[in-house]
Design a protein around this ligand. Structure first.
Ligand code: PBG
Length: 325
């Protein structure tokens, strides 16, 4: 039996029926919105390569968090730009630092919003690498100690989820142990398990002022040619105690997302639709080369279809508008 008995268009021709049979859903509750927090008050400094995104001081970040919640978006992920950077990224684990302050303020003013913190050193080090440097390379094991301190600092401030993005070996274990020892055994870890050394982070590095001052991140982030290695990274992070895993970037790695979803059924999975993906979309839309609204929803739907349970995206507010909130 085939055509003409079988006609797939029958369920496509009616909009209501189309909705009924859609396999993948997208809702604002699946989205997490990134915020860049800077020192000061009343600061909202636009990031030129990311239209609509600004560096915000804590007071303005609280306002933005309130708006994000009003739109129905599930949560925010916070990135901090400290007043001073140094070789060991002290700002990252300063209990009076921007992130600790932002977490406390958002938790207090917007209690029903999920607050995720990115744990990494690159925004806090003067050399821009994700760990401490020894002989021009990142010293993995000394970095673990600092990442653990940073995670505990965020936990004490009230973070709901700790998200390490540094790609050091053993960081999930180090962070899990430190959190448990400090009374935060209940706090979940969302590990950036498969994070690629990607050109798509360019605009983020402007937003977070975190471009490496020498070399690049290929010594710790993953090679774009590798898919099986991502499965190994994910398996290791799960063994070390990760509760949720992330693939990043999203669009160039949809196959990795799908592979991970099939290989690790039941493990909650996130995708980071990163700065360069957003910049590309917005730049083409601005020129009228693509329909930005339509492509925004298509991109987010494709990431969900590939297997992501939730998505970290700069398009979250646009998506909320488009999904009718
Ligand atoms: C920190 C970090 C980065 C991103 C998230 N966490 C940048 C990097 O690794 O250089 C990128 C996010 C984006 O591009 O939107 N290590």
């Amino acid at each position: 039996m085939g055509f003409p008995t079988i006609r797939p268009r029958r369920v496509r021709d009616n909009a209501l029926l189309r909705d009924l049979v859609r396999e993948t859903t997208l809702s604002v509750g699946d989205l997490v919105y990134p915020l860049f927090v800077v020192p000061g008050r009343g600061v909202a400094k636009p990031v030129s390569s990311m239209p609509g995104v600004s560096q915000l001081s804590v007071d303005r970040a609280v306002e933005e968090a309130r708006e994000v919640r009003r739109l129905g978006i599930a949560g925010v992920i916070l990135f901090g730009i400290p007043a001073h950077k140094d070789a060991v990224g002290s700002g990252a684990y300063d209990p009076e630092g921007v992130i600790a302050e932002a977490v406390r303020a958002i938790r207090e003013s917007v209690p029903d919003l999920l607050v995720v913190t990115d744990v990494c050193l690159c925004e806090y080090t003067d050399h821009g690498h994700c760990g401490v440097i020894h002989e021009r390379t990142v010293d993995n094991d000394r970095t673990l100690e600092l990442l653990a301190r940073e995670a505990v600092c965020h936990a004490r401030a009230g973070a709901h989820v700790i998200a390490p993005s540094d790609m050091m070996d053993g960081r999930v274990q180090a962070i899990r142990r430190a959190l448990d020892a400090e009374g935060f055994a209940h706090l979940p870890i969302l590990s950036y398990a498969a994070k690629y050394a990607s050109g798509f982070y360019g605009p983020f590095r402007e937003a977070a002022e975190s471009a490496p001052q020498f070399g690049d991140r290929r010594g710790y982030q993953m090679d774009p040619g590798n898919g099986e290695e991502a499965m190994r990274e994910i398996a290791l992070d799960l063994e070390e105690g990760a509760d949720m895993i992330m693939v990043k970037p999203a669009l160039p790695y949809l196959d990795v997302l799908r592979r991970a979803k099939d290989r690790f059924p039941g493990v909650p999975m996130a995708a980071y639709n990163v700065s360069g993906e957003y910049a590309m979309l917005r730049a083409a839309a601005e020129r009228g080369w693509i329909d930005g609204d339509r492509v925004t929803l298509e991109i987010l739907t494709s990431i969900r279809r590939a297997g992501a349970d939730f998505i970290l995206t700069y398009s979250a507010k646009d998506a909320a508008r488009l999904l009718g909130r």
